[in-house]
Write a protein that binds this ligand. Structure first.
Ligand SMILES: [Zn+2]
Length: 466
């Protein structure tokens, strides 16, 4: 699903991006942005440099993080709170201010994008515009699925075009402003076009399928629609690494050497049945780091981006053990269950909110009932409002899984300092020290403070393993 790599991180973007795709399919650029930002997903961003195993990895000094070495780590206080403070003290005030601004702006953008999406929906519905599109498609073919497919494709293209100004600001200019992006406008825009192509191929049939189900299911449409939604999400999650990701990046087997051997050793130790490790060239798009372990049966693979390869081996081990945690703890399946429940609520909200909104404001929209594809922009707008309001809930579900993967990773890699170092660098785009409530509402990953603290706590309880 396709958020492309605007976001970053170490994480499990798959699900979130899947959700986004589904939403994109139904609309709302806002939410897309959300995951890009979150991943939190899957959908990711560090700032590494020079490689060499066991090098302090803080080559990012120029970014506002003071370097540290083995001597510095040895002198760290045993007390987890004090050690965490020592890590955070390496970050310059300018770095913190920039990071806070980036992160907080991102949260505001979720709101602005949702509102922007509502305006787009209104533009498409007003004066019966969308009703005309759907009647036109119905005249082209008597096959209802085909005409819905046409309407879906027009919708995907229209939303892509209308949201382009926001996409360019958020995905290009803003990313450059904060030093995340490495791509010139031409190649970046080319990828947006590929994204449009992917949307046309995947989202149009998804829209047509959902409307087919809504028409047949009558009042139970919300339930069957949600089931279809989750099936589509699962399908896209499955095919994404193999068929979609390679449209944006080149994947090649990771060269033999200490990094590959360390990753495979972690995989063997944790029962991950694969010997396939790939690297991909994310550095041409972003400075963020990301990796994932995904696949089913014979397709299970470990993938990491080339930014990750530039940090120290302890950091790589810490990150990869976290990713393996998502796999071993079955987070994809658990998230599918969560999104199944969420979609059920979302489809019910769409179905039962549709009539109320159409009666109140839709006198000129020429809409039939909720199963009439002339109301697609309204259904998408309702879904976007539902997903916006439930964002804190979704953030918590995802963040809890991230905490689990963090703990798994600490135990598997036994690299508390590597993990803390990475968490510090991720502070480039995720606020390092938020308030407690702020973290509960806005964070889909633990904050830097929380992650470093959990690493230092682990370290204090495992003195022999330092
Ligand atoms: Zn994660």
């Amino acid at each position: 699903m396709s958020l492309r790599n605007s976001k970053v991180q170490i994480k499990m973007n798959k699900i979130v991006r899947g959700l986004l795709l589904l939403i994109a399919l139904s609309s709302m650029p806002a939410l897309l942005l959300a995951e890009q930002s979150t991943a939190p997903a899957i959908a990711p961003a560090l700032q590494p440099r020079g490689a060499a195993p066991d090098k302090p990895a803080s080559g990012a000094a120029s970014d506002g993080i003071a370097p540290a070495d083995a001597v510095w780590r040895k002198a760290l206080p045993r007390d987890p709170e004090q050690a965490t403070r020592a890590y955070l003290a390496r970050v310059s005030p300018e770095f913190r201010a920039r990071s806070d601004a980036y992160f907080e702006g991102q949260n505001w953008l979720i709101l602005w994008a949702t509102l922007y999406g509502l305006v787009m929906a209104w533009l498409l519905l007003a004066r019966g515009r969308w009703a005309k599109v759907s009647r036109w498609a119905e005249r082209m073919t008597s096959r209802r699925f085909l005409s819905a497919l046409i309407v879906g494709a027009v919708y995907v293209a229209a939303i892509w075009l209308l949201s382009l100004p926001l996409t360019i600001y958020q995905g290009f200019f803003r990313e450059h402003e904060y030093g995340m992006a490495t791509q010139a406008f031409g190649p970046w825009f080319g990828e947006q076009l590929i994204g449009l192509g992917v949307g046309l191929v995947l989202d149009s049939p998804a829209i047509a399928l959902i409307y087919l189900i809504l028409r047949r299911a009558g009042r139970q449409g919300w339930l069957w629609g949600a089931l279809a939604g989750i099936a589509i999400l699962a399908f896209v999650t499955l095919i994404e690494p193999v068929y979609i990701d390679p449209l944006f990046n080149t994947y090649k087997p990771l060269a033999d050497g200490p990094v590959k051997e360390a990753i495979l050793s972690l995989a063997r130790a944790n029962g991950i049945p694969t010997d396939k490790v790939y690297q991909f060239d994310a550095s041409r798009q972003t400075t963020r780091v990301s990796a994932n372990v995904s696949g089913l049966l014979g397709t299970i693979s470990i993938r990491l981006n080339d930014n990750l390869l530039r940090i120290s081996l302890p950091e790589i081990r810490a990150v990869m053990a976290h990713e393996m945690g998502h796999y071993v703890l079955n987070h994809v399946v658990k998230h599918l269950v969560y999104f199944g429940l969420l979609f059920t609520g979302g489809f019910a909200f769409m179905q039962f909110g549709y009539g109320a909104v159409a009666r109140r404001w839709g006198s000129g929209w020429n809409l039939g009932d909720h199963a009439d594809i002339a109301g697609l922009p309204l259904m998408a707008a309702l879904l976007s409002v539902f997903l916006f309001v439930t964002t804190p809930l979704t953030n918590n579900v995802i963040r809890i899984a991230e905490i689990e993967a963090d703990l798994f990773g600490l135990n598997a890699a036994r690299e508390p300092d590597g993990f803390a170092e990475t968490a510090l660098k991720l502070g480039k785009y995720r606020k390092l020290v938020p308030g407690h409530i702020e973290e509960l509402i806005f964070f889909d990953h633990p904050s830097g403070y929380r992650r470093i603290y959990s690493a230092m706590r682990w370290k204090a309880e495992n003195p022999a393993r330092e």
